[in-house]
Design a protein around this ligand. Structure first.
Ligand SMILES: Cc1cc2nc3c(=O)[nH]c(=O)nc-3n(C[C@H](O)[C@H](O)[C@H](O)COP(=O)(O)OP(=O)(O)OC[C@H]3O[C@@H](n4cnc5c(N)ncnc54)[C@H](O)[C@@H]3O)c2cc1C
Length: 406
């Protein structure tokens, strides 16, 4: 069988691409090295914009959080935001990813699971995807959506040796609805701990319908801002102990099934070449401040599929034609990723002060949570955020001067 498009990797990026192509009557093969349903270490927190952009995911949402509490590193400062509207949509990755695969299949895609791609060969008139069992699959175009440390990017010389990473640990533990109500209220509050235990990163608690997801992530690119020589596992253990003290976890909570994972945090310099585009984590589309990536994976998967569709229609899968893929993802979310990039290097600097200022000003808290939660675009709201921050800082310093004078 010769395919129009082979999509490598059936995470959110690949399934979104395959669904879009199949809906447009393209002969598409989606393939993955895992057998589905498969798990993926992740927080599983989706910004509401994912649902806005892809309304069909609604049945795949596990639960909704209507607020958050954010803590400074010392825990001296904290700000809460409780809303009527959803703040974060929670998914169980095993179910969410399987659901997306099934939508692609329903649309008409072919799915090959449990097959690992070991090479991709781009030729003048076609491309071949080589599997570990020796099979060679012919296609017109390839979409590489095989996640972090992408073999597709590596074999086509698009990967970069020094790709910056975030290293993370995460566990998802069952909890009864009563426990979830007790610890995270009926609003299912998300808890965020900035620069927890001094690391250049943060920790999270995402309460779900029948479990709680607790994780910690450290940005390697900002390591000089963190305390050295403590393993992330030790930091995680200390963090769990603090959560018990703070009555955010039951005493009997145990650390088990803790999974480690890495995330690429900056986009590849080049995300296309003849007959090939790379999307999702494989292309490094991750928010470099929060580590959020599912939205970018799905949007880039859709853009990749749309461009592939056009390329097939005009029989032109050249690098030049496919350059429009990069233009489109840059237009849609590239500016945000680029502008957040420089803050990544400063991860953890002045967070104590920042959380203190935010905790005293509701507008600032809303803006901050909106941007970090992916509801507001950073490039669009950054000046409003700066001015709100400046205003809060000035106001706070005036108040403290007045208090000293009294
Ligand atoms: C600890 C952690 C927490 C996170 N929390 C969040 C969060 O709360 N919210 C959020 O939005 N994002 C989060 N992310 C990021 C998010 O998980 C990713 O951005 C997202 O999964 C990217 O989707 P993807 O489709 O590009 O890749 P993936 O979901 O990684 O899918 C890639 C697929 O490719 C397959 N594959 C890999 N290699 C091959 C091969 N050689 N042959 C065939 N198949 C292959 C894999 O089996 C996999 O199924 C988190 C990441 C981590 C590590």
């Amino acid at each position: 069988m010769i395919y129009d498009v082979v999509v490598i990797g059936a995470g959110p990026a690949g399934s979104t691409a395959a669904k879009y192509l199949a809906e447009n009557n393209i002969n598409v093969l989606l393939l993955d090295k895992s057998k589905f349903p498969r798990d993926k270490p992740c927080g599983g927190g989706l910004p509401t914009r994912v649902l806005k952009r892809f309304p069909y995911i609604e049945p795949l949402i596990d639960s909704i959080s209507f607020g958050s509490s954010t803590y400074s590193s010392s825990h001296r400062y904290k700000f809460d935001l409780i809303r009527e509207k959803p703040l974060l949509l929670n998914v169980i990755r095993k179910d969410f990813d399987y659901g997306l695969v099934n939508l692609a299949l329903k649309a008409g895609a072919t799915f090959l699971e449990g097959k690992t791609v070991i090479d991709v060969s781009i030729r003048q008139n076609n491309a071949f995807v080589i599997l570990d069992d020796g099979q060679s699959i012919e296609t017109q175009m390839v979409i590489g959506s095989d996640g972090t440390r992408s073999i597709v990017a590596e074999k086509t010389n698009l990967s970069e040796k020094m790709q910056a990473l975030c290293i993370a640990l995460v566990q998802e533990q069952p909890m009864t609805p009563k426990q979830l109500d007790t610890y995270y209220t009926s609003k299912r509050l998300v808890h965020l701990f900035i620069k927890v235990q001094g690391i250049a990163g943060y920790a999270w608690i995402f309460p779900k319908k029948h479990c709680v997801n607790i994780g910690i992530g450290e940005f390697q690119s900002a390591l000089s801002n963190s305390k050295p020589n403590i393993s992330l596992k030790d930091t995680y253990e200390k963090f769990i102990a603090v959560l018990k003290e703070k009555k955010l976890l039951p005493e009997e909570f145990i650390i088990e099934n803790l999974k480690g994972a890495t995330l690429p945090i900056f986009p590849l310099k080049n995300t296309y070449r003849d007959r090939l585009v790379i999307c999702g984590d494989a292309a490094g589309f991750i928010n470099p401040i929060t580590g959020e990536g599912i939205y970018y994976a799905m949007v880039s998967g859709e853009i990749a599929a749309n461009v592939a569709l056009k390329a097939l229609a005009v029989h032109n899968s050249s690098e030049k034609f496919l350059s429009r893929y990069e233009k489109q993802w840059k237009r849609e979310f590239g500016k945000d990723l680029e502008q957040l990039r420089r803050f990544n290097y400063q991860w953890g600097e002045n967070t104590e002060k920042i959380v203190r200022q935010i905790s005293s000003n509701k507008t600032l808290a809303k803006l901050f949570v909106g941007i970090m939660g992916g509801q507001l675009s950073f490039s669009r709201y950054k000046y409003i955020l700066y001015f709100a921050y400046l205003y809060a800082s000035l106001k706070n310093s005036l108040i403290s001067k007045r208090k000293t004078a009294e």
